[in-house]
Ligand binder design. Structure first.
Ligand SMILES: NC(=O)c1ccc[n+]([C@@H]2O[C@H](COP(=O)([O-])OP(=O)(O)OC[C@H]3O[C@@H](n4cnc5c(N)ncnc54)[C@H](OP(=O)(O)O)[C@@H]3O)[C@@H](O)[C@H]2O)c1
Length: 300
């Protein structure tokens, strides 16, 4: 069964939302849930084939879905610049969802950045900066964070330095950087009606996710084996709920951080949650922002 929608269909008609990494996982479910509520959804994906498969899957549930595929590779500054130029319409919400969760220290983006920091953070920094002229006065940026942001120290001075240790720690660092950027953006937008917020999906896995044609295939055996874990974790449809809530709810305000409300924040209905002092720090945020400008050459 799909995670329950929080609001009635049709309430987002006339609003445009860009979801990065919309062809799979949580990004797909954000796109489907937003389309079901009438939003026009731009699917920011690096593979047009996977994007079209996702669009067909959404239309199988929401026949009148308003969808547009935007070619976007967050691991390429050229692709990001082209994508931002191609949008050509006003945007109410950007959901910075695309993410790489594991890589080895040698893995690099096409610009030579560490793959996780480059994709999860620098790519989204460059995207948001270049989309800014298209943002409506009440636009909102939603950064998809993670509980794992607590596993890492940021150290903005060595943001793209070679790393050692666990891939999970580096992943946590990439998510902490994205979160620090969003909280810094919130401070810079504090005098405007725009908002920047962070939301995390808890712990969301494919075997607990309702099937959709062409998306992650999970055998019946694995579904049955995993079913008992539903008491603690959830499907990616459930993981999308705090993110869609952060993107659309009137109760969400600039600088908020949302996540699932259940045990360990792994699953459950959205509620405000607490981020580390480090990603909330104005000093860290300003340093992270300056480092991202220097590395990407993009100035918001
Ligand atoms: N699942 C969880 O429990 C969990 C927990 C905390 C945070 N998160 C965060 O939630 C987000 C989504 O996670 P998920 O579990 O849904 O992951 P997923 O199923 O692996 O999906 C990741 C998405 O990101 C896209 N992507 C990766 N690299 C990209 C690039 N260079 N350019 C454009 N798109 C790219 C993928 O596209 P391709 O199909 O082309 O690879 C895919 O659409 C991530 O940011 C992750 O860090 C997830």
């Amino acid at each position: 069964m799909d995670a329950a929608p929080l609001t009635p269909a049709g309430d987002l008609r006339g609003r445009t939302v860009l979801v990065t990494g919309a062809n799979a996982g949580i990004g797909y479910w954000c796109a489907e849930q937003l389309a079901a509520r009438g939003a026009r959804v731009l699917l920011g994906c690096r593979s047009s084939e996977r994007a079209q498969t996702a669009a067909s899957a959404i239309r199988s549930r929401v026949p009148d879905a308003e969808l547009h595929v935007l070619a976007l590779d967050l691991g390429s500054l050229d692709s990001i610049t082209h994508a931002a130029a191609e949008v050509g319409e006003r945007i109410e919400v950007v959901i910075c969802n695309a993410g790489v969760k594991a890589a080895d220290p040698a893995a690099r983006t096409s610009d030579g950045f560490d793959l996780m920091v480059g994709t999860n953070f620098l790519g989204h920094f460059a995207l948001v900066a270049q989309l800014e002229p298209l943002f409506t006065p009440d636009a909102r940026v939603v950064a998809v964070g993670s509980i794992a942001h607590r596993f890492a120290r940021l150290d903005p001075a060595t943001l793209d330095a070679p790393w050692s240790g666990s891939s999970l720690r580096q992943y946590g660092r990439s998510k902490a950087l994205l979160m620090a950027f969003a909280f810094e953006l919130a401070r810079r937008w504090s005098d405007s009606s725009r908002s920047a917020v962070v939301a995390h999906p808890g712990y969301a896995v494919d075997p607990l996710t309702p099937p959709r044609p062409g998306l992650a295939h999970v055998s019946g055996f694995l579904r049955a084996l995993t079913a008992p874990t539903r008491v603690l974790v959830q499907g990616k449809d459930g993981g999308a709920l705090p993110i869609v809530h952060a993107a659309t709810s009137a109760e969400v305000v600039n600088g908020d951080y949302w996540g699932p409300g259940g045990l360990l924040e792994f699953r459950g209905a959205p509620r405000r949650v607490t981020a580390s002092d480090e990603v909330r720090s104005p000093t860290t945020g300003a340093a992270v922002w300056a480092a991202a400008e220097r590395l990407t050459g993009v100035r918001p």
